[in-house]
Design a protein around this ligand. Structure first.
Ligand code: KG4
Ligand code: ZN
Length: 336
């Protein structure tokens, strides 16, 4: 039989994306349009601008995703779209488009939780059995999840204030490194000495698996304020390196505690935009090795927001027999 074929749409933040994925784990197409340039002047994502940009570009991107995959709407098994959580204007654009296509082509609709898209991505690139421990680190999220099956997630820890990507972005802003902050902090930290400044190490040694980054952010701000202005390149590099070092230590401490709650041998998976950070990846890889378990990090283009992960999560649900009604509601908030 022909493999399942699912079109996925992602519009929950500042990436407009469409992709086609099949049941043999082939990514037939994966088109991502970043709106970075539309938001750069504001130093962050402006929801109204994002929603309008999704409207302007989505239909063209869907056309491209179908053409590159060499398929028509009639060939699809189902149409999946992010139904939340995210910036509600964008979610509405993607979900409504998916509904229209599903209705027009007579195909089933599948609403996907964006976090679930990140959570199931490792199974698109490797044969990862359940259960596994997922460290989901992005601009909006910082969670440790026991992934026990499709639709079966147990949250072991989360941030009690800021997400880790947010902490990277705010640190970048404080150091005047530009937007988006994560890659800029990582690049700047390369030339820095992480031991020159001492920053607080939030949550380390505390029970549980929760995160906190607002105190670290304040400490970075106070440290920057205590140095002569304008900050020298040396100072910026040393602050960025100290910051990244602390984030790494916090990740390792929290993740070690979560691994202890998992069945022996359960792999450690990282996902989300912050998983692109090489320093963090390296430390987490060492943690998994010391724990005697596999470490899986999807390729970076599948760690940051994309539609292949949405198509794949939709496919995982579809082959278990799930689809959604056409009055499915978009959700700004939707915990896993
Ligand atoms: O998953 P993602 O693309 O979007 C969502 O938030 O859902 O993650 C974006 C976040 C941003 O905060 C960005 O600064 C951060 O991931 N990021 C990084 C790196 N690349 C992206 N943080 C640290 N180091 C990086 N290399
Ligand atoms: Zn994301």
């Amino acid at each position: 039989a022909a493999p399942l074929l699912v079109l996925g749409l992602e519009t929950s933040c500042d990436e407009t994306a469409a992709a086609v994925v099949d049941g043999d784990k082939r990514i037939r197409s994966n088109v991502v349009l970043s709106q970075l340039d539309d938001h750069r002047a504001y130093g962050g994502v402006v929801p109204e601008i994002a929603a309008r940009a999704h409207v302007s570009h989505l239909d063209r991107l869907i056309r491209r995703a179908l053409d590159e995959a060499g398929v028509g709407l009639g060939d699809l098994s189902a149409i999946a779209a992010t139904a939340g959580p995210g910036l509600i204007g964008g979610v509405i654009v993607g979900l409504t488009t998916a509904k229209a296509l599903a209705l027009g082509a007579g195909k089933p609709l599948i609403g996907v939780n964006h976090l679930e898209g990140h959570a199931l991505t490792p199974r698109l690139v490797a044969d990862v059995p359940f259960p596994y421990l997922l460290l989901l680190v992005s601009g909006g999220h910082c969670q440790l999840l026991a992934v026990e099956g499709v639709g079966r997630y147990r949250r072991l820890g989360t941030t009690i204030d800021d997400a880790v990507g947010e902490a990277f972005d705010k640190t970048a802003k404080l150091l005047n490194l530009g937007y988006p902050g994560g890659p800029a902090v990582e690049a700047t930290a390369k030339a820095g000495d992480p031991s020159r400044f001492t920053l607080p190490r939030p949550m380390i040694g505390r029970p549980g698996c929760d995160f906190s980054f607002s105190g670290l952010k304040t400490a970075v701000r106070d440290l920057a304020a205590s140095l002569p202005k304008p900050l020298s390149d040396r100072d910026k590099a040393d602050i960025a390196a100290a910051f990244q070092q602390v984030v790494g230590a916090v990740m390792v401490d929290r993740t070690r505690r979560a691994l202890a709650l998992m069945p022996a041998g359960a792999p450690l998976v990282v996902a989300g935009g912050v998983a692109a950070n090489v320093h963090l990846r390296t430390r987490l890889e060492a943690l998994a090795a010391s724990h005697g378990t596999a470490f899986i990090a999807p390729p970076i283009r599948l760690c940051t927001d994309n539609a292949a992960m949405i198509a794949w999560a939709g496919l995982e649900h579809f082959r278990l027999g799930r689809s959604d009604p056409l009055d499915l509601k978009p959700r700004a908030r939707w915990p896993l």
